[in-house]
Write a protein that binds this ligand. Sequence first.
Ligand code: BTN
Length: 317
Amino acid sequence: MDHATVVVSGTKIADEIGTGRSEVWRLVQQLRGLGVEIAGHPATGYQLKAVPDLLLPDMLAPALKGTIFGADVHRNYHHYYKIGSTNVEAMESAAAGASEGSVFVAEEQTAGRGRGVHQWDSAPSAGIYCSVVLRPALPPSEALVLSLAAGLAVHSAVQQIDSGISPDLKWPNDLLVGGKKFCGILTEMNAEATRVRHLVVGIGINVNQATFPAELQPIATSLRLASGTEWSRMELCAALLKSLDHEYRDLLEKPGAHESVLQRFQKRSTSAQGRRVQVEENGGFEGVTEGLDSRGFLQVRAAGRLRTVLSGTVRLK
Ligand code: BTN
């Protein structure tokens, strides 16, 4: 990185790492496959052009100091080039004893999970696919507010980096820009009736996608498409984990934090109040939103009756 413009011969690299030129070629090909831009070939030497924006622990560790995610980065921060689902991995690891604050981040997911039956499109190194393990001393009924707080953390992280982007929160866990979704959150938990054993908050953010599969194009966007510029995933991921740490600690420690989450969520959502929606629940019904109740559930007035949405499948009309 310090000598990004220098051309280094394959022989010199081979000598330095104690191998042969053909092994250097193999390693260079492997790095290219991971997105590292390297010009040249064995005859002319190699030149490092650009290092990709990978979410590696060493890059994030300094920013995570002092947060629950920075306690022991080398043990608790798990980075994958390719995995099925970071949520599945985090849930399994939590069941096997992974500590609170463990982070599972992937460059690509082959079976990214969305809410309900949905999948999460997880193109390589374009988005942030991140799951964190939490062990809050809270009843399971607080998981919804914690999940709403995660949405606020994404909102804040995006605004810290580009205050020109103003995400719109859609209950319970979507973030939209220009009416299209760029972030989804899947919170899963293992709990007793009165006590959460562990909880995994999985966050998927479309960051630098330039395009989406045809079926997603009408509903999905990325921060790059919304802002017109490429984003540093590393910077956004660091801001996200710091904001999440802040929201989480407040919920555990600060009186009034629960109410603050509900208030701020409603303030940053154009659809939580006074918006016509279709609710896919109890055979489906249509009505107008009337804010969140004290537990964080969406209320909808339908045919003169105030109804509470429990399942979370709400379509904006
Ligand atoms: C949704 O809107 O349906 C929720 C999407 C959640 C996607 C994230 S990506 C990281 C984590 N791992 C998963 O398999 N899912 C979540």
